[in-house]
Design a protein around this ligand. Structure first.
Ligand code: GLC
Length: 435
């Protein structure tokens, strides 16, 4: 079996699940200016230490987070175990810069795993390849290190092997100490213009010792699926080993989905925020996407053969922002009666209709109607191809009947939506069984 077939088999559950919760949480919730605050404001390790001393999320209750994810219809979650600031939300044996050494004294990752697993939600770990706290990660001249322009670091030597050993050991403890882990979400590879010709010019691929890393991971957790941000090319005929199992477009919807050089589908997952920030920030209500927006993006991902991982950024007390809760609960109400049109679905061979989108699962075609339009509801090219039509939400029969003004469109099928018209203005779903 080639790498392509292997990857398809490996990602079967993931491509069925379609919908996940991203969780960005850590010390940066205290300054509340997003997870890049150290880099954007060039904050030194010393000045950032105050947040380590202060961190005490007294209301952290991951069971509530897990219940929200479940209610929203999410099948997996991905929590930042360590973000670019280097703070570990887990009890790592390789550093003191960890949640168990803060006032809260808790292994936040352990509690997250237990709570989400109890809700039957698959477990993902985000792990930053970048570490602005570690002395052996490049500082001066790096593209985004908080000390990138600080002359005091200009001649500092970094023992890169030391950092690689640290990083690989932490991945090993994450994949050893917390039971079955379903997803590893690395972030991210990049190039350093100012470090051309040095070992830090290309922070990707073998700079991370990715081959050795992947082999270790596959040994510890054979079923784990890995994103593509170690830097490999997932679209080759024989995808790079370190290109992982899925591509991870960020805050940008792929035009047609993701395919490789041979035009074959590549597993992909759109990751995006609910409110323009990953880490907690003082968001205004208008920063948030609408519930309709979130539903339409989830449907668009699935209609293009992909997943959607949407983010919440809990605050310093451990609470998910109330607007995020509101939106995810409303998405969950829609999912409760329409999830058959999401889980296990993917692309349809039909062209995108004017009134919305199609998702498909074998013989079951789902019409997502965003725009009621006028007259009998026309399904282009489907005359004689439909066994029956039902309103997915309540299972009620929808007659397949051609109206008098449909006589000029013999190839098209018509569904009588009845006087009630659209039931859910955001997205009314028809379940169409194909002959
Ligand atoms: C970008 C951001 C990082 C965030 C990630 C989520 O890489 O730099 O902060 O965690 O996107 O995809």
């Amino acid at each position: 079996m080639g790498r392509y077939e292997e990857r398809q088999k490996h990602t079967e559950w993931f491509r069925q699940a379609r919908f996940g919760m991203f969780i960005h949480w850590g010390l940066y919730a205290i300054p509340a200016r997003g997870e890049w605050v150290r880099s954007h404001e060039k904050i030194s390790v010393e000045d950032y230490q105050q947040y380590f001393e202060e961190f005490n999320p007294v209301r952290y209750n991951p069971r509530e987070w897990a219940k929200l994810a479940k209610e929203a219809g999410m099948k997996y979650a991905v929590l930042t175990t360590k973000h670019h600031d280097g703070f570990c939300l887990f009890d790592s044996a390789y550093t003191d810069y960890k949640s168990t050494n803060t006032k809260c004294g808790r292994d936040l990752v352990k509690e997250y795993v237990e709570a989400f697993r109890a809700e039957g939600i698959k477990i993902g770990f985000y792990y930053s390849l970048i570490d602005w706290h570690h002395p052996d990660f490049p500082h001066y001249g790096d593209r985004q290190h908080p000390m990138r322009d600080n002359e005091a670091y200009k001649d500092v030597q970094h023992n890169w092997d030391n950092y690689i050993t640290y990083f690989h050991n932490q991945v090993k403890e994450l994949l050893t100490n917390y039971g079955k882990i379903d997803i590893m979400w690395f972030d991210f590879s990049y190039d350093n213009e100012r470090l051309k010709g040095t070992q830090f010019e290309h922070m990707s691929g073998e700079t991370w010792h990715s081959r050795e890393l992947i082999e270790m991971m596959r040994q510890l957790q054979p079923d784990i699926i890995i994103d593509n941000r170690l830097g490999g090319d997932a679209r080759k005929e024989e995808p790079d080993l370190h290109s992982g199992d899925f591509v991870s477009p960020e805050c940008m919807m792929p035009a047609e989905g993701e395919t490789d050089v041979l035009g074959r589908d590549v597993p992909w997952e759109l990751c995006l925020t609910l409110n323009e920030n990953w880490g907690y920030a003082k968001n205004k209500p208008w920063d948030y996407k609408t519930t309709e927006n979130v539903i339409h993006m989830l449907v668009e991902c699935v209609s293009k053969g992909g997943n959607m991982l949407i983010n919440v950024g809990p605050n310093a007390k451990g609470d998910i922002p109330r607007d995020s809760i509101r939106i995810l609960k409303e998405v969950g109400e829609w999912m409760r009666v329409n999830s058959d049109s999401i889980y296990g679905c993917g692309k349809s061979s039909l062209p995108k209709p004017e009134w919305g989108r199609y998702t498909q699962n074998g013989k079951m075609l789902y019409a997502h109607i965003y725009d009621r339009r006028v007259g009998g509801f026309r399904l282009e090219g489907l005359e004689g191809k439909l066994k029956k039509a039902r309103l997915l939400e309540d299972g009620s029969e929808l007659p397949l009947s051609r109206p008098w003004n449909g006589e000029n469109y013999p190839d098209d099928a018509y569904v009588d939506l009845g006087v009630a018209g659209l039931y859910d203005e955001r997205d009314t779903v028809l379940e169409l069984e194909l002959i």
